[in-house]
Design a binder for this molecule. Structure first.
Ligand code: THU
Length: 134
């Protein structure tokens, strides 16, 4: 976790805790996320799979949709972790989640593990040319 602030390390810890509730019987890939609103409220999410596999949803969108459905519209931070039984895995948000997050927070700071270690990246760097409908 080198290079991350204590606040972001703590967010990753909360995401790890959330991942215990992941429902991933198909992939075995348990993902946890926590999103922070601009007012400081936190919402966790996990992936929730389905036997009809196209219905599965990612942890990031569960966290986002929980927050939006509780009235939040602006977000500052997101942390994501994933593990597959063999240990913690890389967890950059998928393309669909990037588009969903972009709707509310193009400058969101996202902390996750990549091959070199944990990083924090802005959504606008990870997703530079979103569909906006314009
Ligand atoms: N998954 C997430 O929850 N977030 C991502 O950003 C990528 C993938 C989930 C979906 C599926 O349940 C499992 O990980 C394997 O793809």
């Amino acid at each position: 976790m080198h290079g991350l602030t204590p606040e972001r390390q703590s967010l990753l810890e909360q995401a790890r805790w959330a991942a215990r509730n992941a429902y991933a019987p198909s992939s075995g890939f348990k993902v946890g996320a926590v999103i922070v609103s601009s007012g400081g409220r936190m919402f966790t999410g996990t992936n929730v799979e389905n036997v009809s596999s196209g219905l599965s949803i990612c942890a990031e969108r569960v966290a986002l949709f929980k927050a939006v459905s509780e009235g939040e519209r602006e977000f500052s931070e997101l942390a994501v972790v994933a593990e597959n039984g063999a240990g913690e895995q890389n967890a950059p948000p998928c393309g669909a989640c990037r588009q969903a997050l972009n709707e509310f927070a193009p400058e969101l700071k996202i902390s996750y593990r990549e091959s070199g270690g944990f990083v924090t990246r802005k959504l606008s760097e990870l997703f530079p040319d979103p569909f906006t409908g314009d």
